[in-house]
Design a protein around this ligand. Structure first.
Ligand code: SF4
Length: 378
């Protein structure tokens, strides 16, 4: 048994299928977030991005995780872009105190726009700005920049956006309103997709190699989640940089974790090692060693994206096929989806059997009165 009906997010009505195929035509503009949403759970993608059904919002008495993330992004954007515009490069030890005062001032202005108070707001404020006897996260970030961030890398672009409105002072000066075409390296359709997005930060070496970074105020995705195509931002943004700046050589997609004084620093999650240890000082997952192996990995991730779009066009929006849904706790749609661990267990064991019999990919035909859907089961 598999997800096979409209109640499972598998659209079987031909009119609905045609409409869906029309939505996701070659002109549709994707974001890394929307593609990741589909990769993790097509059903929640369908409810959220096609049906536009939102969860019920709770009244917040303090910043939500998203607002905290946005506040931190704004603080770091303003701080680093102001330094860059002033012609100041990496922060050195002698500049640290002055830089800290500038950073704290920006943070006070940013957080001052919120009108919360109470113990938990005070604790959050102190965790960022510090107290007289305890340094806060902002000072820890500066210490990291001065002492650990590799001196081979220069932070040069901040909030670089593409395919989005360009508002001076809110994004990098190299931003553009045009989308970026990302090629899918295969013989099938789509051969390319249009992407919009915003890259938090790009650090560049003196010989034009680029590390593409995303700030994270929460957990950092794991290397396997990225290499298995569940988290797609790093490969998409690497390709976007390659496309927008042909002179740059993007060698890594990394996360800059700014969660707490203990969970802080750049973690490179997708890239290759190469020979010259340019990323020394940056924590990295076990990468392919050579550029060629890295390109093979990138191509396989781009193919997965192509496969997702093919499935969207066919109207396939099933709940996750994982045995357990790792988003269940926070998912607004958990009471609407028919996630069933037992069904997934059966599908997994059928797949295992097929692979043991050397059948590889299994062509599965789901029949419905109105139409026939052909679905490739991995
Ligand atoms: S609970 Fe999990 S499977 Fe169900 S809609 Fe949410 S993310 Fe998808």
């Amino acid at each position: 048994m598999d997800y096979d009906s409209d109640y499972d997010g598998i659209l079987t009505n031909t009119d609905a299928q045609q409409e869906i195929a029309g939505i996701f035509d070659d002109e549709y503009i994707y974001s890394a977030g929307s593609l990741e949403n589909y990769a993790k759970c097509p059903f929640s993608f369908f409810l959220r991005r096609i049906m536009h059904i939102d969860g019920i919002e709770e009244v917040e008495t303090e910043l939500t995780p998203m607002e905290r993330g946005n506040a931190m992004h704004n603080i770091l954007f303003k701080f680093f872009s102001q330094r860059h515009l002033q012609g100041l490069g990496r922060i050195n030890k002698d500049q640290k105190q002055e830089a800290l005062e500038a950073l704290q001032k920006i943070a006070e202005d940013e957080l001052g726009a919120f009108h919360f108070n109470g113990p938990s707001w005070n604790a959050y404020w102190n965790s960022l700005l510090g107290t007289t006897n305890r340094p806060g996260l902002l000072e820890a970030i500066l210490n990291y920049e001065v002492n650990i961030h590799p001196d081979t890398l220069e932070p040069l672009m901040f909030e670089l956006s593409f395919g989005l409105p360009v508002r001076p002072g809110e994004c990098d000066t190299s931003s553009r309103t045009d989308t970026v075409d990302i090629d899918i390296p295969w013989e099938e359709e789509p051969s390319a997709i249009k992407l919009r997005g915003r890259i938090d930060r790009v650090d560049i070496t003196s010989d034009n190699r680029a590390v593409v970074m995303d700030y994270k105020t929460g957990k950092v995705p794991t290397g396997p989640a990225i290499c298995n195509g569940l988290v797609l931002q790093a490969p998409l943004y690497i390709e976007a940089i390659r496309n927008i700046f042909p002179d740059l050589d993007p060698i890594s997609g990394a996360y800059y974790q700014v969660k707490s004084t203990n969970e802080l620093g750049i973690k490179s999650k997708l890239g290759f090692k190469g020979d010259d240890n340019i990323l020394n000082g940056i924590k990295s997952d076990s990468f392919p060693y050579t550029r060629e192996e890295f390109q093979v990995l990138m191509n396989s991730l781009l193919e997965k994206i192509g496969r997702h779009i093919q499935d969207m066009r066919l109207g396939i929006f099933n709940p996750t096929r994982e045995m357990e849904c790792d988003q269940y706790r926070y998912c607004n749609y958990k009471h609407a989806c028919r996630l069933d661990g037992l069904r997934n267990l059966i599908v997994a064991s059928e797949d295992r059997e097929a692979s043991e019999n050397g059948e590889g990919h299994q062509e599965k035909v789901v029949t419905e009165p109105a139409t026939v859907l052909t679905e490739v089961v991995d």
